[in-house]
Design a protein around this ligand. Structure first.
Ligand SMILES: CC(C)(COP(=O)(O)OP(=O)(O)OC[C@H]1O[C@@H](n2cnc3c(N)ncnc32)[C@H](O)[C@@H]1OP(=O)(O)O)[C@@H](O)C(=O)NCCC(=O)NCCS
Length: 203
């Protein structure tokens, strides 16, 4: 059984690696974008470097096998992304030569801040990813339970790629309801969608 514990700075490299290895519904980022550093910065830096208190890892035999990166205040997340994280990622992409990659051109815009109603009702959010060989043993649910108890009565939202059937089943079995379908980052020229789920404690 893995140990489920709070994220610590020593877990940073493993979290970034798992993020890139599971970037697109569990498939590696190289599937659509070659710059791991820029991708990991955009997807994990807020949780690892700015507000780590709501993030959790699963550790087995000294190895990190999965994480839940959580946030209890999505408005603060959006401000930090806009002011601190996206500008640095743009600079890095420029230096690395990945700024002109199709993925960046199609997707590098600030995270959506227009969801006022949603953020009022569901101010917390999270991402959950396990290494490929470590899924289906209850670890995802254990990580989620830690975050749910930490969030208490706060509403929580989370997005899953529309084509990620396993991910969607996971959320639907655990009491999340569909809030919206919205365009997500593209890995091809076609529009792609996220199903946005919401959860509220009934306690
Ligand atoms: C989705 C994910 C986080 C689930 O974690 P997990 O440890 O594999 O799931 P658990 O073993 O805790 O399963 C919890 C429930 O979800 C169900 N479930 C998990 N994976 C499933 C799958 N592939 N298909 C159908 N149901 C699944 C389980 O059956 C279980 O329900 P049950 O107890 O009623 O049987 C994990 O598989 C993963 O990291 N996938 C790749 C990345 C991803 O899709 N992330 C989610 C989007 S943010």
């Amino acid at each position: 059984m893995p140990i489920i514990r709070h994220y610590e700075p020593r877990d940073r490299a493993a979290v970034r690696e798992i993020c890139c290895d599971t970037a697109d519904a569990g498939e590696p980022v190289e599937h659509f974008f070659p710059d791991r550093e820029v991708f990991a910065d955009l997807l994990t830096r807020y949780y690892t470097d700015f507000a780590p208190a709501a993030s959790w890892v699963a550790e087995q035999d000294g190895r990190i096998i999965g994480y839940l990166t959580g946030c209890l205040d999505t408005r603060k997340f959006l401000r930090t992304m806009a002011l601190r994280i996206v500008p640095v990622a743009i600079l890095k992409a420029l230096v690395h030569g990945s700024l002109w990659h199709r993925f960046v051109r199609q997707n590098l815009r600030l995270p959506k801040s227009h969801r006022r109603q949603l953020l009022a009702e569901y101010p917390a959010h999270f991402h959950l990813n396990l290494r490929a060989g470590d899924r289906g043993h209850g670890t995802g649910r254990q990580l989620l339970e830690k975050f749910l108890s930490q969030a208490g009565e706060l509403g929580i939202h989370a997005g899953v790629s529309e084509t990620n059937r396993a991910g969607r089943k996971f959320f639907e079995r655990d009491g999340f309801v569909v809030l919206a379908r919205e365009e997500r980052f593209r890995t091809s020229d076609q529009p792609e969608f996220t199903i946005l789920y919401g959860y509220r404690s009934i306690a």
